[in-house]
Design a protein around this ligand. Structure first.
Ligand SMILES: Cc1cc2nc3c(=O)[nH]c(=O)nc-3n(C[C@H](O)[C@H](O)[C@H](O)COP(=O)(O)O)c2cc1C
Length: 287
């Protein structure tokens, strides 16, 4: 997969043509995770692709920002074994499926929810596994709609979604995203470039996140990159963990394609970087 090109191009699509995606393409998207990257290797997941008739009306008023369900011809549903870091693993795998879909010309958008068990009941899905992702899938109807507020008081009801002229949601600058050895010591982009890491951080900041809140910060220490995520009051634990898995995929895939293979270790590295209370360390990887 050409990660750089796809990460650069992908955006959340909220209005879809009615046109259905062909069975062949749906099959390719669904099965791509089997060969694709995983964050945690021993977690069993199941990927389903469902049609609008099986999902949309059932979840109207239940899933989506402020319960505004996104209408699409298809949806990806992921069920996962409930094990340590299983939601982050779904974020990582789900975003991989979304990049694969875009490679095949198909657009997507994450759809949030509060209670996966309620969604399973509404969809009459019965499994020991947990429902961990709901993703709209189809062809972009090209109506510009991007959430473009980093203001966390922002109320993203569908009617209020901020229309961005170029339909590209904004992102913070790399210098605000990466600290050197200690919280608050902002990285210099020339320094990151000479270490060969500028690309990976530049692509990581393009990661989609709940409400486009961009909760990720990195600390670059000797031979290690530490990831901290902000805990925002208006974002639930599920959303926080999906956001974590997505940025891990973005950073890792660019390091893998530009430098060498690396992987994330989940959890705290056990070193004090003066991280403020609203952030928590969620993982680190060797670079
Ligand atoms: C975990 C998660 C849940 C999301 N849920 C919704 C949602 O329910 N409705 C919606 O319109 N967008 C949703 N989004 C999309 C984000 O708002 C979007 O990724 C962000 O605004 C950045 O825009 P972009 O993806 O176009 O770059 C979600 C994104 C993530 C990562």
């Amino acid at each position: 997969m050409d990660y750089k090109n796809l990460i650069h191009k992908i955006k959340s699509v909220r209005d879809y043509k009615e046109t259905k995606v062909s069975e062949d393409i749906l099959y390719e998207i669904k099965h791509s995770y089997e060969k694709g990257k995983k964050l945690v290797h021993d977690i069993e997941i199941e990927v389903f692709i469902k049609n609008k008739e099986e999902i949309y009306e059932q979840l109207e008023g239940i899933a989506g920002y402020k319960e505004n369900m996104i209408e699409a011809p298809h949806y990806i549903v992921i069920l996962s074994e409930e094990k340590k870091d299983y939601i982050e693993n779904t974020g990582y795998i789900g975003q991989g499926l979304m990049l694969k879909a875009l490679e095949l010309g198909v657009n997507t958008c994450w759809i949030t929810f509060n209670d996966g068990n309620e969604i399973m009941e509404k969809l009459m899905m019965d499994s020991e596994k947990k429902l961990t992702a709901l993703i709209a899938l189809g062809y972009d109807d090209n109506k510009t709609k991007a959430v473009n507020e980093t203001n966390l008081d922002y109320n993203p009801s569908k009617a209020n979604v901020v229309i961005a002229e170029d339909n590209v949601s904004t992102r913070i600058d790399v210098s605000q995203l990466v600290f050197i050895k200690e919280w608050g010591k902002c990285a210099d982009t020339d320094d990151l470039s000479s270490r060969g890491l500028l690309d990976a951080f530049n692509y990581a900041r393009l990661a989609p996140s709940t409400l486009n809140r961009q909760p990720w910060r990195f600390i670059l220490d000797d031979g290690v990159v530490v990831l901290a995520i902000r805990k925002d009051d208006n974002v639930n634990k599920y959303e926080n963990k999906i956001d974590t898995g997505i940025v891990m995929l973005y950073f890792e895939s660019i390091i893998d394609s530009t430098l060498f293979d690396t992987s994330w270790t989940m959890g705290n590295i056990g070193k004090d970087y003066n991280i403020p209370d609203e952030y928590m360390v969620v993982g680190y990887c060797n670079i």
